[in-house]
Design a protein around this ligand. Structure first.
Ligand SMILES: *[C@@H]1O[C@H](CO)[C@@H](O)[C@H](O)[C@H]1NC(C)=O
Ligand SMILES: *[C@@H]1O[C@H](CO)[C@@H](O)[C@H](O)[C@H]1NC(C)=O
Length: 253
């Protein structure tokens, strides 16, 4: 049986990997609940993931109740990824079990903000990337709650969503509203479909973006139309790869 549907994409946003993006943490200011010896909060945003086998380039708090470290980005960003590096000489437990919280509040030392992830599994000198989906906020707080701990962070990197879709070219299986509307940089218009791509009502409709270059894709963000018809955006497969075979439908999902 043929399935007749109309495919609508209002906005497609694709983020590129951390390695190609600007680390926003370096624009910010930092503070922490207490400072062990000279291991200041700044060491976690100095641009060095770690020094040669030691903790010299890490931030370390005192051994205390609920230690925290906080970054103020000085502006709001759509944060997609937080990358943390543990010290390489010892003590990965000083980096495990910490909540990463992102938001606008400094209340309760930032622990009221929504949570992106809880760190775990760090080994000596390891760097782990945490995906936050999209979280909008100004403060990144890393906190160990519910006990007495030392919090050590050798580097905290923060990346926002950078939309590479806008540099691409688009095509779709048929056109009711043009494919370009989905990469015009506008998530939606004022209550209407004017800024959306819409195919004709057809069998197996598709929309395809050619990024022009190969990327490691981090996140794909899609916005539905706001006036009606969410069914026209639901149930679509997102496929990513290098093949145009079968209109790109043979690429991994
Ligand atoms: C922070 O403020 C921005 C701008 O007002 C807002 O878009 C965002 O949703 C807020 N974040 C949280 C977690 O409340
Ligand atoms: C915030 O952190 C400081 C330093 O650890 C602590 O003394 C204070 O009690 C904390 N405040 C709250 C509300 O958790």
């Amino acid at each position: 049986m043929e399935k007749l549907i109309q495919l609508i994409l209002v906005c497609v946003l694709i983020s590129i990997p951390a390695s190609l993006e600007e680390n926003l943490a370096r624009r910010g200011t930092v503070t922490q609940s207490s400072t062990y010896y000279a291991f200041v909060a700044q060491n976690a945003i100095d641009g060095l993931r770690y020094g040669s086998g030691e903790a010299a380039y890490c931030s370390i708090t005192e051994y205390q109740l609920s230690p925290w470290w906080r970054l103020d980005l000085l502006d709001y960003y759509e944060i997609s990824t937080v990358v943390i590096t543990a010290r390489s000489d010892c003590c990965p437990y000083q980096t495990n079990g910490a909540e990463i919280r992102i938001g606008n509040s400094t209340e309760n030392n930032g622990t009221n903000n929504p949570i992106c992830a809880v760190t775990s599994g760090f080994q000596l000198g390891q760097t782990i990337s945490y995906s936050c989906g999209v979280m909008v906020g100004r403060y990144i707080t890393v906190v160990m709650t519910g006990g007495t701990y030392t919090l050590t962070l050798c580097e905290v990197e923060v990346y926002d969503t950078e939309n590479v879709a806008r540099q691409g070219t688009v095509i779709q299986s048929s056109t009711y509203f043009v494919a370009q509307n989905a990469i015009d940089g506008k998530r939606y218009g004022p209550g209407e479909a004017a800024y959306c791509s819409i195919t004709a009502y057809q069998s197996d409709p598709w929309w395809r973006l050619d990024l022009q270059y190969k990327y490691e894709i981090g996140t794909v963000i899609i916005t539905a139309r706001s006036d009606c018809c969410v069914a026209q955006t639901n149930g679509a497969e997102i496929r990513i790869g290098n093949s145009l075979e079968n209109n790109g439908n043979n690429n991994p999902r």
